[in-house]
Design a protein around this ligand. Structure first.
Ligand code: NAP
Length: 247
């Protein structure tokens, strides 16, 4: 099961896992996108589309509860749905943006995880991969609340591992630096020019680079857990230091 499979990293992960033979539950709000992905990949292995907003607690639980029988056993959960909303100094930050980031990146991840966990605990088997960010490892100017939400993901990744390792459940995270996706378009509320600038003058990661790392993680034997991965483009040294050739 992959949240945020309609775009970017989540979509690339869905394509990769499908190629590895996984049956998939692909989730996002934009149903037409996930239906199109299903049509593109074909239904062997099987794909089930679930459309919900991760902020909608009731809908999250209801959607997962109502999965058809053959999709009820979830072996791998990729908590990927999330975004940054806005890039403002804290004194000019918008409360709606703060709420969106906390509600989606943190609370949404918790709702989905809570809905999936009983089955994993019962089987004493399963794997959860949380998509964090370098922003969850170091804060950058104007990253304030987005960073706070990803620091929370980092804490939850550690906390879940502490609580679940004895249940036979692997918990791990991939924390990417700059990846070229729709992320910046969302952050800048559809301003394409601003968004494109983020990825200019250097080589960012592609979503497929992240999907390949996840492939390596999920194909390790059960006693191996790649607990916490930070992956950056070679041109990026930290949250703030990027070797940009043009401005
Ligand atoms: P993206 O292309 O904008 O994809 C975001 C995905 O999350 C979409 O599929 C979107 O689907 C889903 N999503 C957003 N809000 C949602 C909500 N309320 N309910 C359900 N689904 C929701 O961005 P991306 O770069 O692939 O981001 C994926 C993850 O990687 C995020 O957690 C992000 O924080 C993390 N990340 C990204 C970068 C980067 O540079 N791109 C770096 C580090 C970490 P719908 O809009 O269809 O619902």
């Amino acid at each position: 099961m992959i949240t945020g499979a309609s775009s970017g990293i989540g979509r690339a992960i869905a394509v990769k896992l499908h190629s590895l033979g996984y049956d998939l539950i692909v989730c996002a709000r934009r149903r037409e996108r996930i239906e199109a992905l299903k049509a593109e990949l074909g239904d062997e292995p099987r794909i089930h589309c679930l459309s919900f907003d991760v902020r909608d607690k009731e809908k999250v639980f209801e959607s997962i509860k109502s999965l058809p029988y053959e999709f009820q056993q979830i072996d791998l959960l990729v908590n990927n749905a999330g975004n940054a909303h806005g890039l403002d100094p804290i004194q000019r930050g918008k409360v709606e943006d703060w709420e969106a980031m906390i509600d989606i990146n943190v609370k949404g991840l918790l709702y989905v995880t809570k809905a999936i966990l009983p089955g994993m605990v019962e089987r004493k088997d399963g794997m959860i991969i949380n998509i964090g960010s370098i922003a969850g490892k170091e804060v950058y100017p104007m990253g304030n609340v987005y960073s706070a939400s990803k620091f929370a993901v980092d804490a939850l990744n550690q906390g879940m591992r502490l609580d679940l390792h004895a249940e036979g459940i692997r918990v791990s995270s991939i924390n990417p630096g700059l990846v070229e996706t729709e992320f910046s378009q969302v952050r800048f509320k559809g301003d394409k020019e601003k968004a494109e600038k983020v990825y200019k003058g250097y080589k960012p990661l592609d979503p497929e680079d992240v999907a390949e790392i996840l492939e390596f993680m999920v194909t390790r034997p059960k006693h191996v857990n790649l607990a916490d991965i930070l992956v950056l483009p070679t041109d990026q040294a930290s949250s703030t230091i990027v070797n940009k050739k043009t401005e």
